[in-house]
Design a protein around this ligand. Structure first.
Ligand SMILES: Cc1cc2nc3c(=O)[nH]c(=O)nc-3n(C[C@H](O)[C@H](O)[C@H](O)COP(=O)(O)OP(=O)(O)OC[C@H]3O[C@@H](n4cnc5c(N)ncnc54)[C@H](O)[C@@H]3O)c2cc1C
Length: 393
């Protein structure tokens, strides 16, 4: 039997043992994880079967056709797209067994405590301190722009554990319990009116050493796995043709002929083709990811995603004319997910501004593509050999 046929039959066995109509959502998702059909490229016993990632759509299609619930991947994107691959690569067996299942079923939401007021693009300059006390680490500092912190049970956190060595070397990676009394989450209202992200203050937060991911001082290397996966998660989502931003503007174009002009037509066609090329490039990238972790190539996808979203949503606002200037809802909502297609053109236009900042700014990603994909000379880095504590801040 081929792997695909074998997967179809495993999916049918799961459906027979847990008919979606008679099974609670969580019970079904837990059973799906136990059957190795959650993410087939993960190892057996951890929700997968050790098969190529490219076979996942076979399972998804089979279960979707039978009306099975999914794990609402957009709501738990940070867990699925960033925490999980990092835990898989660097976690101990205990950490994998503890965290991966509730992460995948969505019972436990994750957030990312990386950026700080003084460390965004230059993330390795971060100043949040973690000091070892016996079997624990005590963490003090401030993080910012933390998406979903208000919903999260766990966070992936990087903190400085050795200020006496150059910045990239003194960082350690932890799993932080967001219910610790020292964690304070405050909303940050953004241009869309929503507060999707937060400031997070960490005061005397205690993290058991058993929740360290990777070696002490090795956090920068561990964080590369997270960041490379983040770019793929943001920019490389699997989409049907006309999925994403190009969908709503194409629909308006078809349904509202009175809005059309020759100039807008030319621009829409060009963007439609660009969106399709980006979609197919994403498909190819996912095929390259059949084995192993993504490298810096994801930076290119994320760059294209940000540029296209901003251009397409700009065109959509223009197409709407005066209507395009209206905005559907300015209340400070605390959304559970970013829903590009569920709101109006104005929301898409404003929210897509963040696409060229989140997960690495476009300028920084261009540097990554230049240096690590094209092999061009690196930017001069004068602070490479200076202890973090001696850097000007
Ligand atoms: C919607 C959204 C969600 C986010 N969610 C999270 C999250 O969940 N967790 C988290 O940790 N962070 C999150 N972030 C933060 C994000 O990762 C940072 O904002 C980003 O890395 C940029 O850092 P900064 O804001 O400090 O800007 P800065 O680094 O201060 O950059 C300012 C400007 O300088 C430019 N610049 C900086 N360095 C260079 C360089 N070397 N070469 C050329 N230009 C340069 C930048 O491109 C930018 O235009 C989120 C951001 C947004 C917008």
């Amino acid at each position: 039997m081929t792997d695909a046929a074998e997967l179809r039959s495993r999916a049918q066995e799961l459906l027979a043992a847990h008919p979606p109509a008679d099974t609670g959502r969580l019970d079904f998702l837990r059973a799906r994880f136990d059957a190795g059909l959650a993410w087939v490229h993960f190892p057996e016993g951890l929700g997968g079967l050790g098969l190529p990632r490219s076979l996942q759509p076979v399972v998804d299609a089979e279960l979707q056709a039978a009306g099975a619930p999914d794990n609402d991947p957009r709501r738990i994107g940070i867990g699925l797209g960033m925490a999980a691959p990092t835990i898989l690569q660097y976690g101990t067996e205990e950490q994998k067994a503890r965290f991966l299942k509730p992460l995948w079923t969505g019972e436990e939401v994750w957030c990312q405590l990386f950026s700080e007021p003084g460390a965004g693009s230059d993330l390795a300059a971060l100043g949040t301190r973690a000091v070892r006390e016996g079997d624990e680490w005590v963490v003090n500092g401030q993080k910012v722009w933390t998406s979903s912190a208000h919903l999260a049970r766990w966070a992936i956190l990087i903190a400085r554990t050795d200020p006496d060595v150059p910045k990239h070397r003194g960082i350690t990676y932890f799993v932080c319990d967001m219910t610790d009394p020292g964690v304070e989450v405050r909303p940050l209202r953004q241009i869309t009116g929503e507060a999707e992200f937060n400031e997070v203050f960490l005061t005397g937060v205690r993290i058991p050493d058993a929740h360290r991911l990777g070696g002490t001082g090795d956090g920068w290397r561990v964080a590369q796995t997270t960041l490379n996966n983040e770019r793929v998660a943001i920019g490389g989502m699997r989409l049907p043709r006309e999925g994403g931003m190009i969908g709503p503007v194409s629909k308006t174009w078809r349904e509202r002929p009175e809005l059309r002009t020759h100039d807008l037509h030319q621009r829409l066609l060009k963007l439609w083709v660009d969106a399709e090329v980006a979609r197919l490039t994403g498909e190819r990238l996912r095929q390259q990811l059949v084995a192993g972790q993504p490298g810096p190539e994801g930076a290119g996808m994320k760059l294209a995603f940000a540029r296209l979203n901003q251009e397409i949503s700009g065109l959509e606002v223009e197409l709407g004319g005066e209507e395009g200037l209206l905005y559907d809802d300015w209340t400070m909502r605390r959304p559970e997910l970013v829903d590009f297609t569920g709101r109006d053109a104005g929301y898409r236009y404003l929210r897509s501004k963040g696409n060229s900042i989140e997960g690495g700014t476009s300028e920084v990603l261009l540097n990554i593509v230049a240096e690590r994909v094209l092999g061009l000379p690196a930017e001069p880095r004068t602070d490479k050999d200076v202890a973090w504590k001696d850097l000007a801040r």
